[in-house]
Design a protein around this ligand. Structure first.
Ligand code: BMA
Length: 295
């Protein structure tokens, strides 16, 4: 059984804004939180200086968004000189924790900040301190066996790190890598923070195919509820791949890249960056995904 996401007819939902110098070139990879009333969307934006900043948009239906004029999160130190990229958000207690890529001449590193209102932030700096390129980080929404778990990516594989306090991370474990002969044969990374289902943790992820212009596609992994280092199941075929003109052509061609999946009205809403240029939405019914989990 192969799953396919359906593009929302109004996709792409958000485009660069002429006149906003921080977001007039590209808007793309975003975190989304649904709090029961509002959808809060935090997105990566680039303007004339090509530095990534994070903008905020809010919606009552997950489709029509109102945006703020100014970014809500911008580079604040040398580790973020080239930008703050690809936010992923998880609620723990009464705070929303955002993991993001801090990009500087040292390379990409995983950094963290928290908020209660999406406008004001507490910063924790780089949280995976090893001098190795790292990105695609997301937190599990609860402790498992007494530990917080972070998904991150030492290229080309998906890894976990564990922590007691969300600040100090260690005990790295490799969880999944590229598969020869498949659509994800070059590298893989987390998409959205994992969602708990009766069948396991559902992890949306991206896979890159080795091609003259690498192709970014999306798939699912199902991870064991008690020991999520065990991959129970993985998409044989991509659930979304670049097909529309605005996914094939743009800032970086042939890219669908997601940081956000939200459950709403019996559907999973998957928000994704298209060609590093637009923000789009695709959906799939929860029942259909559960069928896949069981099959
Ligand atoms: C990855 C990340 C993403 C980007 C993708 C495609 O390495 O940097 O932010 O969307 O490449 O360019």
């Amino acid at each position: 059984m192969d799953l396919k996401l359906k593009r929302h007819p109004l996709s792409p939902l958000l485009a660069p804004v002429p006149g906003h110098i921080w977001e007039d070139k590209f808007v793309f990879n975003c975190a989304v939180v649904y709090d029961g009333e509002l959808f809060h969307l935090l997105y990566r934006a680039q303007g004339q200086d090509m530095v990534s900043r994070i903008g905020y948009a809010v919606s009552t239906d997950g489709v029509h968004f109102n945006r703020l004029e100014k970014p809500v999160f911008s580079p604040a130190c040398q580790d973020e000189l080239y930008g703050v990229e690809d936010p992923r958000i998880t609620k723990l207690g009464d705070k929303y924790y955002m993991l993001y890529t801090a990009y500087s001449p040292k390379g990409p590193r995983v950094a963290m900040a928290s908020t209660k209102n999406f406008i004001t932030w507490e910063r924790y700096g780089i949280v995976i301190k090893d001098e190795i390129d790292n990105k695609d980080a997301a937190l599990f929404p609860e402790k498992i066996n007494g530990k917080y778990i972070m998904i991150h990516r030492f290229p080309p594989d998906i890894w976990f790190a564990y922590s007691d306090d969300l600040i100090n991370w260690g005990n790295y474990v490799k969880v999944a890598g590229p598969r020869e002969g498949y659509w994800d044969n070059l590298k893989v990374g987390a998409g959205a923070p994992p969602i708990k289902t009766p069948y396991g943790w559902l992890l949306l992820y991206h896979g890159v195919e080795d091609a003259p212009r690498p192709i970014y596609r999306l798939g699912f992994m199902l991870l064991d509820l008690n020991d999520p280092t065990k991959v129970l199941k993985r998409s044989e075929k991509p659930i979304l791949e670049p097909e529309e003109d605005w996914e094939i052509f743009g800032g970086v061609p042939n890219v669908v890249f997601s940081d956000a999946m939200v459950e709403y009205n019996g559907q999973y809403y998957v928000y994704y960056g298209a060609a590093d240029n637009y923000i789009a939405l695709a959906t799939i019914s929860v029942d259909e995904v559960f069928e896949w989990c069981k099959s």
